[in-house]
Design a protein around this ligand. Structure first.
Ligand SMILES: *Cc1c(COP(=O)(O)O)cnc(C)c1O
Length: 480
């Protein structure tokens, strides 16, 4: 045989990326797993966050490698250049933003779903059943009907975006998906404390961010119902078409919860789609003690929420639930021959996730959620949220008792916003950065009443009462 022919037949014989030596990769894999267990077990003794040295930053400017490297070398780079410089949200004293802490169970689930490599865009296989199970459990958690439709997404940003899409097509009818928005002048309503991703949803759907009316809030951060009614009346008088009312159940600044029952009532009277952004609040509904704070959510047409925040599932894991499954499907379903359905075989199993959201190929997000809920149970996950609310209330009491600190907002849930007496905006911003760089406690800042405030969000299941005095003393040692 000529040389090039033998080279070709050699390559046709195989280009498998599986290891030649499974034994050594297996040993490396076991070591990785042990290292990660060690790192989770020893979290409290590690800095919450540390700044990347310049050498680490520079390592990320390398050119595309033409040649591979030994798996051990690549893992070594993970250990040296990545693992020590992550966000820090696993740590019990990460209180910066509403970030989940993750769990060892979730980590293992990620490994298992990676190994299965299932494509969950559709077709008839068990991973889709797991997702449907998770959606049913979510409906139970929120008190929506058991046959509610739903989809797992990367997070609440995408879930809120989907809610705008679904409510838009529910309002204008399916033909709008062919013809575009045309002359429709849609307007929607949310509290001034709504997460910015809802305005982005208006922007990305072509409705325009200005069509989201931001209604002023009361002293507990709740949408003012009188102002909502007034704005609705004005908009109707202007010939605009109100279509969507967004309630917030756990606001991003300090955890405000709108009066969801009142909003449900207004939405029903005004014929508006009632959507609730319960990004982290939803998980608190697993606690019998906290559940009443969300009364009215069970009347929502759709709810967006995350598992990766308060339910401690590893990133990313968000969800949209929709009461009317037909309205949900009508916003996304479209026929294509390569997505043809069959009565049996792998192409059976309607409805497919591709009919319920913007993605086709998508990973097996459901496994880590299912494993988390199956392992810990709903009550235990609810108890974690109750514990965090207890810590927030306790910490708020410590702030109130500290003559050098003052509260900046009420504490409806798990977030404490406060200020150091006598410090201006810049000093608060610097103080948060100084604390982050010191690595003992991570807090963030937010704007309240036009002024910077410090924010401590209690989300992590690993945080305990013993952390509270450490947090206070870290603040004090950072005060200029
Ligand atoms: C976190 C959050 C979001 C955005 O969710 P992602 O999962 O980060 O996309 C939206 N709304 C609220 C209230 C949030 O707390």
């Amino acid at each position: 045989m000529p040389d090039n022919a033998s080279a070709q037949s050699a390559s046709l014989r195989g280009q498998s990326l599986d290891p030649e030596n499974w034994g050594s990769l297996r040993a490396l894999g076991h070591r990785m797993l042990d290292d990660m267990f060690d790192s989770l077990e020893g979290l409290a003794g590690q800095p919450v966050w540390q700044k990347m040295p310049d050498a680490v930053r520079d390592a990320w400017a390398a050119d595309l490698p033409r040649e591979g490297a030994a798996p051990e070398d690549v893992y070594h780079r993970f250990q040296q250049l990545i693992a020590p410089y992550a966000v820090g949200n696993r740590h019990p004293r990460f209180l910066g933003w509403v970030h989940g802490g993750g769990t060892a169970t979730g980590m293992l689930a990620e490994m298992l779903s990676g190994a299965l490599n299932a494509n969950c865009g559709g077709r008839d296989h068990a991973p889709i059943m797991v997702e449907r199970q998770v959606i049913r459990w979510s409906a139970q958690m929120l008190g929506l009907p058991a046959n509610s439709s739903g989809l797992l997404l990367s997070g609440t940003s995408l879930a809120n975006f989907c809610a705008v899409l679904i409510s838009r097509s529910a309002c204008l009818g399916a033909q709008m998906r062919q013809d575009g928005l045309g002359a429709a002048k849609l307007v929607g309503y949310a509290s001034a404390g709504v997460h910015l991703c809802v305005a982005r949803g208006f922007d990305m759907t072509g409705i325009g961010a200005a069509a989201l009316r931001l209604i002023p809030t009361d002293d507990r951060g709740r949408m003012r119902l009188d102002m909502l009614q007034e704005t609705l009346a004005e908009d109707r008088a202007q010939g605009l078409q109100p279509f969507l009312l967004v309630g917030t159940a756990g606001g991003v600044d300090f955890g405000a919860i709108d009066d969801l029952s009142a909003l449900a009532e207004i939405a029903a009277q005004q014929n508006l789609w009632f959507h609730v952004d319960a990004a982290f609040g939803a998980n608190a509904m697993l606690s019998a003690a906290l559940r009443p704070r969300f009364a009215g959510i069970e009347r929502a047409d759709s709810v967006a929420f995350d598992f990766h925040k308060w339910a401690q599932v590893p990133y990313d894991a968000g969800c949209i639930l929709v009461r009317d499954g037909e309205a949900h499907r009508a916003a996304f379903a479209r026929n294509a021959s390569y997505l043809a359905r069959a009565a049996r075989g792998l192409s059976a199993g309607e409805p497919w996730p591709v009919d319920l959201g913007p993605e086709l190929s998508r990973g097996f997000r459901a496994l880590k959620i299912w494993m988390t809920i199956a392992t810990y149970g709903a009550d235990r996950l609810g108890a974690v949220t109750e514990h965090c609310v207890g810590l927030a209330e306790h910490f708020a009491a410590m702030v109130v008792q500290s003559p050098d600190l003052e509260m900046a907002a009420p504490v409806p849930l798990n977030i404490v916003c406060f200020r150091v007496c006598g410090l201006d905006d810049h000093q608060h911003t610097d103080l948060a950065a100084d604390m982050q760089e010191a690595g003992q406690v991570v807090l963030s800042t937010t704007m309240l009443d036009g002024r910077v405030a410090l924010r401590a969000a209690f989300v992590n299941h690993r945080t305990t009462e013993d952390d509270l005095p450490i947090i206070l003393s870290a603040i004090r040692s950072a005060i200029p």
